[in-house]
Design a protein around this ligand. Structure first.
Ligand SMILES: Cc1ncc(COP(=O)(O)O)c(C=O)c1O
Length: 379
């Protein structure tokens, strides 16, 4: 049995998505910028996907710029903004595609404030208000955290940004297609999303940019995407993303089913002595579980579970590219040791109760084995 519980890393491309994409590799392979029928067919497909995406977040199709994914969208939103002001506010738990972009801007003379979060991973609203100044260009706060699943109070942040007259960007890579987002209601000026987190292929994403906001391109060339992102459009990818949105729209109704499985996982794993839940119990996306087991190396657990056919992930140092344990787990107050013992399970629409029961048993077994091994080593 193979059980995939790493949907925050990437998802399986939906069969319907593959089916929708196929013609755009073969008979409808045209360049959407060509005048002939092949080109017109491709253009129509790209614009239909743009319309569907715009509908999902309540914006105009012209406000959607297709990119290669979440990383590029975050870079474009932050580096692309044009303005005299040179102060950015973000949080300590953002994805590296936001944090590293901000660090790059710091080298260019920008001032960046990294807002702290509480032990559940919610940003400190008072600190945000205090940091906004006349020089603030942008507030960039993610919607849902990719490691601990915490949902930020976007409405409140949007209100504050409007009140103070600063722009608001949100990295919605982990929430788009799972939580309903209305950019007008929330007062979002820029929003990033990615296809491969919602059963579309890798290598396609978008940035929503509110009409009145001026940004400059990071990639120059033939002037595609209203001159904001040159390069022939990834037509099959964009078509797949559009189809995945249609499916996600319907699947959102099945949230409760996945939430029940998530809660069962949390409830049963917490029965293992020395377990802590990382992130918020209530303000948590319906498909995320993140726990730490004392006395255990997360990486060893992930590899042991992998042998049982279960795919999971960890915020432990060795499995990431850096030697430091997860910046997110540290920001919510975990010690290095606790962060090393973390395990993330991110559910997908296809998971079922039988799988979850099997996973609970296997985690119990593996944690027990690993604890025995580490005890023997200590002796
Ligand atoms: C919150 C968040 N932002 C951005 C990204 C980057 O997206 P992509 O892989 O499409 O570049 C990810 C991917 O893990 C993410 O989880």
């Amino acid at each position: 049995m193979k059980i995939y519980l790493d949907n925050s890393a990437t998802t399986q491309v939906d069969k319907e998505v593959v089916k929708a994409m196929m013609p755009y590799f073969s008979e409808k392979f045209g360049n959407p910028n060509s005048l002939h029928e092949f080109g017109r067919d491709a253009r129509e497909a790209v614009e239909n996907a743009r319309k569907k995406i715009a509908e999902m977040i309540n914006c105009e199709p012209e406000e959607i710029i297709f990119t290669s994914g979440g990383t590029e969208s975050n870079n474009l939103a932050i580096k692309g903004l044009i303005g005299e002001k040179k102060h950015i506010i973000t949080s300590k738990i953002e994805h590296p595609s936001v944090l590293e972009t901000c660090r790059e801007l710091e080298k260019q003379g920008y001032k960046v404030d990294y807002i702290s979060v509480d032990k559940e991973g919610i940003i400190n609203i008072q600190e945000l208000k205090r940091k906004i100044s006349n020089n603030t260009l942008l507030v960039s706060i993610m919607h849902v955290n990719n490691e601990i699943g915490t949902i930020q109070p976007l409405e409140e942040i949007g209100k504050i940004c409007r009140e103070f007259g600063v722009l608001f960007h949100t990295d919605a890579v982990q929430s788009f297609g799972k939580i309903k987002i209305d950019v007008k209601n929330i007062n979002i000026d820029l929003l990033s999303a990615s296809g491969h987190k919602i059963n579309a292929p890798k290598g396609v994403g978008f940035l929503y940019v509110k009409k009145e906001i001026k940004i400059k391109p990071l990639v120059n060339g033939g002037g595609h995407e209203k001159n904001l992102r040159s390069g022939t459009e990834n037509v099959p990818g964009i078509v797949g993303f559009g189809k995945a949105c249609e499916i996600a729209d319907k699947k959102m109704k099945e949230k409760e089913k996945i939430k029940k499985l998530r809660d069962k996982l949390i409830q049963e794993l917490e029965k293992i002595p020395g377990t802590r839940l990382n992130g918020s119990r209530n303000l948590r996306i319906f498909n995320n579980v993140n726990v730490s087991f004392s006395g255990i190396e997360g990486e060893a657990l992930v590899l042991m579970l992998d042998k049982e056919g279960i795919a999971t992930s960890t915020g432990s140092a060795c499995s990431s590219h850096s030697l430091e344990p997860s910046h997110v787990l540290k920001a919510i107050g975990l010690s290095d040791l606790e962060a090393h013992g973390s395990l993330r399970l991110s559910l997908g629409w296809e998971n079922n109760e039988k799988e979850i029961n099997f996973v609970i048993d296997k985690i119990r077994e593996c944690v027990d084995k690993l604890r025995k091994i580490s005890k023997n080593i200590e002796v």
